[in-house]
Ligand binder design. Structure first.
Ligand code: GLU
Length: 482
């Protein structure tokens, strides 16, 4: 019996890729928008945890009170939610943890890993000026580092500084950057607690990561230098060191740091202003700096199965709007028509009735093969809802000159006689008019399109007729015929 149970247990043993001990976190600061570079880092941290069957956590670094408005925080939640990133525990708000940060500072002082520094602004400025005069890099050498605390000036303001190692070197085996070494002489006694008693970012990050049980710190490589400084705190506290993975930032197509000029918008702007689908942005950001062979189209499930940090490149990835649009077109073509109609509706400029909403849904099949984004879909569908007589753009007006009004009159008569208003019957009727007039189909279809759509381009003309329906189609033709 027990042998059977053991065999059963062995069968259920985790696969080698599973490591429930993995805990990652995404720690954005609310700035009013969720930069796609940050979103990608958050995705990587999330994917790593999901891949290993561990935990993905979220921490809002809201210590900058001026910037961390509830709107700015909502932008983050909204963007992450839209991308489909979920978290295994309630988000931690860093601002609520100031007491705990201060408590750790006390312990650090007691352990000899930090000290109260009473240097005044003038003393600091003088030390800096001296370094400058001697043309050597400024390294703070506080007299309070090794002073007897009993000599501390009573009631004077102070900051708490970490007692950074000065000898030797610190090595980080970064999962993306490889082995990175820094001479400890480079590290300074950074401030942990400001003179007003508030914790610095350096301290807060370390304490929160520790308390949240974070095993893997996956974040932008702009924080690589910080990792060495943060390790001084971790070591002084005798805490377990996390594994680090510093992800290269995204660069623009011209190689410069990704800025708004390159299309580095907030995640919400990709959704609202560019009409990108979340699965397209997810796929795009995933492929940006991470690869799985030549695979371009990668589903969320495959991403979880395949993602690991060894696939993340060391050099900055380049943002390519064209690729994003191509992927978006792919996902639009495979998206459900009702869902697309829901996404298009808010861009129409009016609240569609149930019937119009249904018309919108039915139009998706003929519109989506050509659309790169939701806005193009909305633009393509707009003709369905225009009111008669249609306003013609210049190209359409040109198509309605010459023989066109007479041809339209013949089309009107032929279409009026069609019993079943379906694409097959409509095509037969239009072809017969072209034949009788001795012209090619295109010569009839072009003015017909202009009359029905008000433009030179549209989905297939028979789809247009079917979608508009008998009355509206005949009415629009009548408006333009001789
Ligand atoms: N809040 C920091 C940022 O948004 C991230 C800190 C970290 O990941 O350690 O850049």
């Amino acid at each position: 019996m027990s042998a059977t149970t053991e065999t059963g247990a062995a069968n259920r043993a985790p696969t080698p890729a599973t490591n429930p001990a993995v805990v990652t976190r995404f720690a954005p600061s609310p700035t009013g928008y969720l930069h796609i570079g940050n979103a990608r880092t958050g995705m990587f941290a999330w994917l790593y945890a999901r891949h290993y069957g561990g935990k993905a956590l979220l921490r809002i670094e809201d210590t900058d009170k001026a910037r961390s408005t509830s709107e700015a925080i909502d932008v983050i939640f909204d963007g992450l939610n839209w991308l489909g990133l979920d978290w295994d525990e309630e988000p931690v708000f860093q601002s609520t943890r100031a007491g705990r940060h201060a408590e750790v500072v006390e312990e650090l002082i007691a352990r000899g890993g930090a000290y109260r520094c009473y240097m005044t602004q003038d003393e600091l400025a003088a030390a800096r000026a001296a370094a400058e005069a001697e043309r050597r890099p400024f390294r703070l050498n506080s007299p309070w580092r090794d002073a007897d605390p009993a000599t501390a000036p009573e009631g004077q303001p102070f900051v708490v500084r970490v007692k950074a190692e000065r000898e030797g070197e610190t090595v980080i085996e970064d999962l993306v950057q490889g082995r990175v070494t820094v001479a400890n002489a480079e590290l300074d006694d950074m401030v942990l607690l400001r003179s007003d008693g508030t914790p610095t970012y350096m301290l807060a990050v370390v304490v929160d990561d520790h308390d949240m049980g974070v095993t893997h710190v996956i974040r932008g490589d702009d924080h690589l230098n910080n990792a060495f400084r943060q390790l001084s705190i971790i070591r002084a506290m005798g805490w377990a060191e996390p594994v680090y993975a510093h992800i290269p930032l995204i660069h623009g197509g011209d190689g410069g740091k990704l800025s708004k000029r390159h299309g580095a918008l907030g995640v919400d702007q990709y959704r609202d202003q560019l009409g990108i689908l979340p699965e397209a942005l997810f796929n795009y950001l995933l492929r940006l700096g991470w690869g799985h062979g030549d695979d371009e189209i990668i589903s969320r499930e495959q991403a979880i199965e395949w993602f690991d940090l060894d696939g993340v490149g060391k050099s900055p990835a380049r943002f390519d709007t064209k690729k994003l649009e191509n992927l978006n077109g792919h996902y639009i073509r495979s998206a459900d028509d009702s869902r697309l109609a829901d996404l298009v509706a808010p861009h129409l400029g009016f609240e569609p009735t149930v019937e119009r909403r249904d018309l919108l849904r039915r139009s998706m099949a003929s519109l989506k093969p050509r659309a790169a984004n939701i806005l193009e879909l909305a633009d393509g569908a707009a003709f369905l809802f225009r009111t008669r007589p249609l306003e013609m753009d210049a190209a359409a007006a040109a198509l309605l000159e010459g023989d066109a009004p007479a041809l339209l009159a013949r089309l009107h008569a032929a279409l009026d006689a069609v019993d079943d208003w379906d694409t097959e019957a409509l095509e037969t009727a239009v072809r017969e008019v072209a034949e009788a007039a001795g012209v090619k189909l295109g010569a009839v279809a072009q003015p017909l399109r202009a009359a029905l759509v008000g433009r030179k381009t549209s989905p297939g003309i028979f789809d247009v007729l079917e979608l508009l329906g008998r009355d509206e189609s005949l009415g629009r033709i009548a408006d333009q015929m001789a």
